[in-house]
Design a protein around this ligand. Structure first.
Ligand code: CUA
Length: 174
C-alpha cells in the first residue's frame, strides 16, 4: 500500500518537474524586460521565506511540546507497573508476565551477558514495542496494552547459536 502511494507520488512530482522544464524550454526564446520581473519575484521570495520560517516555527513548537514522547504519567494513582527484564543466553527473566488491559507498564530492560534485543509482538506478529537489552545499562520501555491476548517477547539481535530460542510470553487479560 505505502509503496503504491510512494511511487504514484514520485511519478506525479517527476511529471511536475518535467512540465516546469518544458515550459522554461519553450519560453526561453522570448525577450522580456528584466527589472519588473526581478522586483516581482524578489518580493515573492521574501514572502515565501517568511512564511516558511513561521510555518516551521509553529510546527516545531507544536510537535516538540510533548517531549519526551510516550512517557507515563507518574503520580495521581497512575504509576506504572515496574517490570524487571533480564536477557541472557538464551532466555528471559521477566519479573511479571500477566497484565491487565489499560495498565501502564514500565519494562526495565537489561542483559546479563551480551547485547540482546527486547521485542514485544502481538498475536499477528506485529512488533509493538522494542528496545536494546544491554549489559550494565537499563533501557526503559513504556507500554499500555489495548487488547487482551498472548504477546510474545522475541530477541531482536543475533546473540549466539540459540538466539532463535529466546522466546517468552506475556498474558494480557481484560
Ligand atoms: Cu538474544 Cu538474540
Amino acid at each position: 500500500m505505502i509503496q503504491t502511494v510512494a511511487w504514484i507520488t514520485s511519478l506525479f512530482f517527476m511529471l511536475m518537474v518535467a512540465a516546469v522544464f518544458g515550459v522554461v524550454a519553450l519560453k526561453s526564446k522570448e525577450r522580456k524586460d528584466y527589472e519588473p520581473i526581478k522586483k516581482k519575484w524578489y518580493k515573492a521570495r521574501t514572502f515565501y521565506g517568511i512564511s516558511l520560517v513561521v510555518l516551521m516555527l509553529v510546527l516545531t513548537i507544536y510537535t516538540l511540546r510533548e517531549l519526551p514522547y510516550n512517557q507515563p504519567v507518574y503520580g495521581q494513582g497512575k504509576d506504572p507497573t515496574i517490570v524487571d527484564v533480564e536477557a541472557l543466553q538464551f532466555g528471559w527473566n521477566i519479573s511479571q508476565t500477566s497484565f491487565k488491559v489499560g495498565e501502564p507498564i514500565e519494562f526495565d530492560v537489561t542483559s546479563a551477558d551480551v547485547n540482546h534485543g527486547f521485542g514485544i509482538y502481538d498475536e499477528d506478529m506485529n512488533l509493538i514495542a522494542q528496545t536494546q537489552a544491554m549489559p550494565e545499562y537499563v533501557n526503559k520501555v513504556y507500554i499500555t496494552f489495548d487488547e487482551p491476548g498472548t504477546y510474545e517477547v522475541l530477541c531482536l539481535e543475533y546473540c549466539g547459536l540459540a538466539h532463535h530460542l529466546m522466546i517468552a510470553t506475556l498474558e494480557v487479560t481484560e
